[in-house]
Design a protein around this ligand. Structure first.
Ligand SMILES: [Zn+2]
Length: 533
């Protein structure tokens, strides 16, 4: 029954609509006015609302879903990197060196040449870069290449010198300098927090112009993938300024929920800001911190060693004392706390801090999050459920990073990227690519969650597979919940924001191995088209 009485500006007819609204799971048509759904129903119902000024679109049976939400991805920073850095997502070290050399030849001597998206396991040599490799590119330019997962960076000799890393430098707290096992001299790799000072004080800051171009570019990339909302997983004050410019000019084509870098917490709190400040296009979200290393660089902090190593358990980046202190002050100040924790030991440490904070200063529904939350067990799930903690697990890692799963082993994979367990335990889990750590398209994540197969067809952790409908929920309404916005988006319902993705086929009706190949036909944010095939 449609009760809307005004004339809508737009109607979309003849669609296979998967609403993600439990009370009204499917429909054929929607009416949109002023950026919101004003009616959802059958073709006949919606046609009756069409007036002389209504724009009518006939989808000819295509599938409509609420726009995808990526709850943990690097938006402005990775867009900017596409503009200023060398994309090292290449299949051999020699191709990577060539790409860096070509950038160096256009860069004044003594200026940095920076690369990103390097992934050792995707190169034919299957090893980390070292300072000798990068010295072959240039000895006069400082060079730094970031691993796709972040958390590990590779320098040439000039870069190490400019970053003030010397053979006799000690490891910094929460960080490690890679060394040649024979000579003990630096091998060019820098792990964990040892990089923070370099990023803050040594590397050139991107210009505002680069950030503007980067934001524009990355928003286009998200729109092409059907994404209408993002949670930007690490935002600096400079980034916030650029976001605001886009908002002021009405040019932000995506909704962004900002997880602010921990360095900005004091200023935000002192300014009276807390989670939720802003509007439906741009909002201050949680405060982001990092507790351990990364899955794809094998630095997640695990209770049991990595397969094939002599007791290596990964890297803890914050200690329990620091975690407890920081969490308590952020919790008290009314922030959602969003801590990156991959390994079970890191997750347990973070959960203790959340539990303590909640005990000392009870808050209703703080929705603290564990970013990635990769390896769980029954006790972790119970503790998360008890305090209403949210999981933001990787969606596409089984598919995209399958070649790294052997470091974790078959058995452990039954408890990793634990989408099934989160659903069964009643824990909200939302979709995340953590771009640039994995491809940004949600359809790849949805396929990976459903099939649990890597790109060579090997299944990892079959017991964690979920249904297509469950995976769609993860990437829509659950993402809205993770930003306290389930009342305004995440499903196609009257009164909610008209954020839509239109797919050429229904993910329920294709071979699950082909979900990732379904063309995104159109993306709509607040009733406005942001992408059209
Ligand atoms: Zn991240």
């Amino acid at each position: 029954m449609v009760t809307y009485s005004l004339t809508p500006d737009k109607v979309i007819l003849n669609s296979n609509i998967i609403t993600m609204d439990a009370n009204n799971p499917s429909a054929q048509a929607v009416a949109v006015n002023d950026g919101k759904f004003v009616a959802v129903g059958s073709n006949e119902d919606i046609k009756s609302l069409v007036g002389p000024k209504t724009l009518v679109t006939d989808l000819m049976g295509k599938t409509m879903l609420p726009g995808f939400i990526d709850s943990h991805t690097h938006v402005l920073s990775s867009g900017t990197r596409h503009v200023t850095e060398v994309d090292c997502d290449l299949r051999s070290l020699s191709d990577i060196k060539k790409a860096l050399s070509s950038k160096a030849s256009n860069t004044p001597e003594a200026d940095w040449v920076i690369g990103f998206k390097f992934d050792d396991t995707k190169t034919s040599e299957a090893r980390f870069l070292n300072r000798q490799d990068l010295d072959q590119v240039s000895r006069s330019h400082p060079i730094m290449v970031a691993h796709q997962a972040g958390h590990v960076y590779f320098f040439n000799s000039k870069g190490l010198e400019m970053a003030m890393f010397f053979d006799d430098s000690p490891n910094e707290q929460g960080g490690v300098l890679g060394r040649d096992t024979l000579t003990g001299s630096l091998n060019g790799a820098v792990y964990g927090r040892a990089i923070d000072r370099v990023l803050r004080e040594v590397l050139p800051k991107p210009s505002s112009e680069d950030r503007r171009s980067g934001l524009k570019l990355i928003c286009q990339m998200f729109a092409e993938a059907g994404i209408t909302s993002v949670h930007d997983a690490m935002v600096s004050s400079d980034d916030l300024g650029i976001y605001q410019e886009f908002i002021e000019r009405g040019e932000l084509p995506i909704r962004a929920y900002l997880l602010m870098h921990r360095d900005h917490f004091n200023s935000l709190r002192d300014g009276g800001v807390r989670t939720g400040f802003g509007g439906d296009r741009l909002r201050i979200g949680g405060v982001k911190m990092v507790a351990d290393g990364a899955i794809s660089t094998r630095t997640a902090y695990l209770s049991e060693p990595y397969v094939g190593t002599e007791g290596e358990r990964g890297l803890l980046i914050m200690d329990p004392e620091e975690t407890n202190e920081r969490v308590l002050e952020m919790h008290k100040a009314g922030f959602q706390v969003c801590i990156h924790a991959n390994g079970d030991s890191a997750i347990e440490m973070v959960l203790s801090a959340y539990e303590e904070a909640q005990k000392a200063f009870p808050r209703t529904d703080p929705r603290h999050r564990i970013e990635h939350c990769s390896l769980v067990n029954a006790e972790i799930l119970q503790r998360m459920k008890d305090i209403g903690c949210l999981a933001v697990p990787f969606g596409s890692y089984v598919y995209y990073h399958g070649e790294k799963m052997r470091f974790y082993g078959e058995q452990r994979l039954e408890r990793m990227f634990a989408h099934r367990s989160f659903i069964d335990a009643g824990i909200n889990s939302s979709g995340a690519a953590d771009y640039p750590c994995s491809p940004l398209a949600p359809l790849i994540g949805i396929q990976s969650c459903v099939t649990r197969e890597d790109n060579s067809g090997k299944v990892w952790g079959r017991s964690q597979a979920i249904s297509v409908t469950e995976a769609l929920k993860v990437y829509t309404i659950n993402g809205a919940y993770a930003s306290f916005e389930e009342d305004i988006k995440g499903s196609i319902e009257v009164g909610k924001l008209a954020d839509i993705v239109i797919l050429a086929a229904d993910p329920n009706n294709v071979d699950p191995h082909e979900i990732k190949d379904i063309p995104v036909e159109m993306t709509i944010v607040g009733g406005e088209i942001t992408y059209e095939l």
